[in-house]
Unconditional design. Structure first.
Length: 365
């Protein structure tokens, strides 16, 4: 228990707001004992502060940036939290349901958690994050699930909603969030673009360290930054921060490097903090070959090989399942669906069950 107390002490956030000085104990670190909040709440307060080597700082001074009072070396890093291979459903696919019903359905399907959309058009709108995110998380946790990650549109630390999202998520114990995409500027050369991306992500990483939450950039096929993978690796390598990394998407990596995705994975693996799951095949549409997302196991992606590599490399990361094959609009984040609820849930459960089988076969579960 003394180790628990010391770790929690490291994660207390010193703040200065409206001239008042104090300490905010962030609820997220109560997850240190497998979500056993009551056990931590029963800790004698006097013993807590006796164990905290940082308590004196709180009495003697007030510091706004957490990085000043708590160097990164003393902060519990994301990999130390038990979210390894927790499987979440991307809430974009359940936007036809409210918080409570969404949680009920996700639990019925067999998920561990919900990857909640906190972005324009999502379940939680950025401008309402301080009031709505706690409501959503409460409903999800009441169902026996958790929120291991959220998906945002954050791509600039100076955006008016960025800090409020990170602050709200951090206070609720959320450790991972997906960043918004970045696009290349055609008026600049590749090196100039990469310098700009590096500057943006470095600033975001610094803000993430303040709130103890890690931002993860998804590699998406096309002409986005990160599509070829090597560019994302180069930027993350230069930044070299535990607070910004990769949400590795094997579908998009395979689209851009069908035979060479393993090389991109090898580059990125030191920075992979979470993964996305979905499958695809090539199909002819209007005389051209295009990507078509299909149920898991029915496409071209070699998930047995991929998951065995994750096992080999000792990655312990959360998982987000995306449904992008036809589900009556659920695949596009529709607010109402044109297929029956039962048929949509059955299709989702089939993929969830398939993934668990694949992960068990790879000895990840």
């Amino acid at each position: 228990m003394s180790n628990i107390i010391t770790n929690i002490a490291y994660k207390m956030v010193l703040f200065k707001e409206d001239g008042a000085c104090g300490l905010i104990f962030q609820a997220k670190f109560m997850h240190l004992v497998d979500g056993n909040y009551r056990k931590l709440m029963n800790i004698n307060r006097r013993k807590f502060f006796e164990k905290s080597v940082l308590a004196g700082l709180a009495v003697n001074q007030c510091v706004s940036p957490i990085a000043t009072a708590f160097p990164t070396a003393n902060i519990l890093l994301p990999s130390e939290v038990n979210d390894a291979f927790k499987i979440s459903i991307f809430s974009k696919n359940l936007q036809w349901l409210g918080y409570a019903e969404m949680a009920k359905v996700a639990a019925e399907i067999g998920f561990d958690g919900i990857d909640l959309t906190v972005r324009p058009g999502g379940h939680v709108l950025p401008e309402n994050v301080s009031t709505e995110l706690p409501k959503a998380v409460e409903a999800i946790r009441k169902s026996g699930l958790d929120v291991y990650m959220i998906t945002t549109a954050i791509n600039d630390d100076r955006d008016r909603h960025t800090e409020s999202i990170l602050k709200a998520a951090s206070a609720l114990g959320i450790r991972h969030y997906r960043l918004g995409w970045l696009s290349y500027d055609s008026k600049q050369n590749i090196d100039e673009n990469l310098k700009n991306f590096q500057s943006k992500l470095r600033a975001i990483a610094e803000l993430n360290s303040k709130y103890g939450i890690i931002g993860e950039y998804q590699n998406h096929s096309g002409t986005y930054f990160g599509a070829p993978v090597w560019d994302l690796h180069k930027v993350l390598q230069e930044i070299n921060s535990p607070w910004v990394g990769s949400q590795y998407d094997l579908l998009h990596a395979t689209v851009e490097g069908f035979n060479a995705w393993t090389l991109g994975y090898e580059l990125l693996k030191p920075y992979i903090k979470s993964i996305d799951i979905k499958d695809f095949q090539w199909s002819a549409k209007s005389g051209r070959w295009a990507l078509e997302v299909v149920p898991l196991g029915e496409g071209l992606i070699d998930y047995p090989k991929f998951l065995s590599m994750i096992k080999r490399d000792g990655l312990k990361i959360p998982v987000s399942v995306h449904y992008e094959f036809p589900l009556g609009g659920a695949e596009d984040g529709a607010r109402s669906i044109t297929k029956s609820k039962d048929s949509v849930i059955a299709a989702m459960k089939k993929d969830c069950d398939k993934l668990r089988t694949l992960m068990r076969d790879a000895q990840l579960l």
